[in-house]
Write a protein that binds this ligand. Structure first.
Ligand SMILES: [Zn+2]
Length: 289
């Protein structure tokens, strides 16, 4: 696995940036590649490690969400197990190589191939969550989600495991639908610059021009039945409690399941493919407006 570590001429903290945990979230991988090549030891105060593509099997197979070797989601498999199936072996390797040795962790993501997404940063409840929240704000995206341990919609993620190890970490998401969109790449690059300035790793002003909407947790809604999914709302557009937000129907258009917002919130990702299986994920709504 290719990665770079740039040790600055002056001492400081160690930040690790990983991307490609999901192999078809190209804007995040592209941003990490460009960021790695931009680093110069003369201007780094501390150490920066960048691993742009930590799940190469998924990248080469163009496999959304899962590692093709065993069909498991890498970002539900941390901290991993050296004696487990391939995805858990990989998670164990990544934990040992990138998470345990670092002081701070940034994990870059985007909406996957069938996923529309409004840019956001996520951090987990932990003893170091104040530092993680400050990193999330420094990344400069419009929404920040805090995830409590009790209400983790995502277990076994990089940022959750880092949080449990006492390392401030965020998951940052920009881009959608597997499109290598330049503006979304630039949004990630601006976020990287913002966090590095905030941590004192690189010169520059910490840009917090954007005051994000902060959300206390979120709802991930699934469909009990398979069918044709037609959302009636858009990412980034607030929804009200009880509002109809989409319908799962049959092929001829008859409704099988109506989906309503459980409370006021903002959809940050929506499955954009109409094809959903039983128990398929439909939408993620961050709580509060
Ligand atoms: Zn992802």
């Amino acid at each position: 696995m290719q990665y770079v570590t740039v040790k600055g001429h002056r001492p400081g903290p160690h930040l690790t940036v990983i991307a490609g945990v999901h192999g078809t979230e190209y804007t995040s991988i592209a941003a990490a590649r460009e960021f790695a090549r931009s680093l110069d030891a003369a201007t780094v105060q501390g150490t920066i490690t960048v691993a742009p593509l930590v799940n190469p099997a998924a990248f080469w197979a163009r496999s959304p969400f899962v590692v093709p070797l065993d069909g498991n989601n890498l970002n539900r498999s941390f901290p991993g197990n050296p004696d487990g199936p391939p995805t858990e072996v990989l998670a164990h390797h990544l934990t040992a190589t990138f998470i345990e040795p670092t002081d701070y962790l940034l994990d870059l993501h985007a909406g996957d191939l069938p996923e529309a997404l409004e840019p956001f940063a996520l951090y987990d409840e932990s003893a170091v969550e104040a530092q993680a929240r400050a990193m999330a704000i420094a990344y400069g995206l419009g929404h920040v989600v805090r995830q409590t341990r009790a209400a983790r919609t995502v277990g076994g993620s990089t940022s959750a495991v880092a949080a449990d190890l006492g390392k401030p970490a965020i998951t940052a998401e920009s881009g959608q639908n597997g499109i290598l969109d330049r503006a979304a790449v630039d949004q990630h690059l601006a976020g990287l610059a913002g966090v590095c300035a905030h941590l004192g790793l690189l010169p520059g002003a910490a840009t917090t021009a954007v005051q994000p909407r902060e959300h206390e947790g979120w709802h991930w809604l699934r469909t009990p039945v398979a069918g044709w999914w037609e959302p009636t709302v858009s990412v980034g557009q607030p929804v009200a409690a009880g509002e109809l937000i989409g319908v799962v129907g049959d092929v001829l258009g008859d409704a099988r399941h109506e989906v309503h917002a459980p409370e006021d919130g903002v959809p940050l990702f929506i499955t954009s493919s109409p094809a959903v299986g039983a128990d398929g994920l439909l939408i993620g709504i961050a709580r509060g407006l």
